[in-house]
Design a protein around this ligand. Structure first.
Ligand code: PAF
Length: 295
């Protein structure tokens, strides 16, 4: 960091950090009483440039930005990485200060779930059992439950999500529509490393060889895009072939879905579609996706 950048960091105001539901509610009420609009970015912390792109969109769209940092136990299954999920609160706060974020909501688990396991959950439905949901049973119910809770707590005008989690975005949008939640959902394109790897908090689990192997996902999506004019069979064949070029990767799913329904398309499909891919590299599960146009 240059001297100018260090001085700039020192002069930006740190976001107000709220640990309680009452605290963030009061702060948002205060903003609203001054006629300010509020945009919300829910995160689990370990922030990277992908998150900061969401924050910048939120800043452009509203007067005040609230970012939540909460590693939600409800969306992790047994044996998943809840305990080792990266927690980098101080660095996150510095990054959010540089982005001009007004408020950070960072509750402890017992602030969000004072009675332990919650009895009432949002059901993600059939699409919630497919792809990520098939590999991580209950994940999307837990994700929607915390997003619904956060929407009730923060009551933002709009909320910003990343396209990297395409199935999450689909399910959040559907929950908002089905339950008439008065929040505008905005989606920001996936931010990638220069070599194409989609940014993810879990990338920091990858050692150097795994990091190279992880490129299979973005290479598969690029191959799918090139093959799209030839139709579904060619897309699946070309994308699967990209995995053959790498050792030490377990493909979980590679599927082409209709963006309107999130159900798999068949060979007769033409027009816009989304390719979803998930794979395990070493001990790390990675996901990615890309929009294509089937010929
Ligand atoms: O995308 C995430 O980081 C999480 O699923 C979210 C939306 C913050 C809910 O815990």
């Amino acid at each position: 960091m240059t001297g100018d950048e260090q001085r700039a960091v020192r002069t930006v105001a740190a976001p107000a950090v709220h640990r309680t539901i009452a605290g963030i509610r009061q702060a948002v009420r205060g903003a609203r009483s001054e006629g300010r609009t509020v945009a919300f970015v829910p995160t689990m912390g370990a922030l990277h440039d992908g998150h900061l792109a969401l924050v910048r969109r939120a800043r452009a769209a509203a007067d005040d930005v609230v970012v939540s940092i909460f590693v939600n136990p409800l969306q992790f299954g047994a044996g998943e990485d809840l305990d080792r999920y990266p927690r980098t609160f101080d660095a996150d706060l510095d990054a959010l200060a540089r982005e001009g974020v007004a408020h950070v909501f960072a509750p402890a688990v017992d602030e969000m779930y004072p009675d332990g396991e919650v009895e009432t959950r949002i059901a993600a439905g059939h699409v919630g059992t497919l792809y990520e949901g098939a590999s991580r049973p209950g994940h999307f119910d837990g994700m929607l439950t915390v997003v619904a809770k956060l929407f009730h707590i923060v009551q933002p005008d709009r909320a910003v999500f990343g396209q990297k989690d395409a199935q999450q975005v689909f399910l959040v949008r559907r929950m908002v529509a089905d339950l008439d939640v008065p929040v505008e959902v905005e989606v920001v394109p996936t931010v990638r490393e220069p070599d194409g790897l989609a940014m993810s908090s879990r990338n920091r689990y990858l050692d150097a060889p795994d990091r190279r192997t992880a490129l299979a996902l973005s290479e598969a999506l690029a191959a799918a895009g090139r093959a799209a004019p030839e139709g579904l069979d060619e897309v699946l064949a070309e994308a699967a072939a990209a995995f053959g070029d790498h050792d030490g990767i377990d493909l979980d799913y590679l599927v082409v879905v209709d963006p309107e329904t999130f159900l798999p398309v068949d060979e007769a499909a033409h027009g816009p579609a989304t390719v979803l891919v998930a794979a395990r590299v070493g001990g790390t599960r990675l996901i990615d996706n890309a929009d294509i146009v089937l010929g």
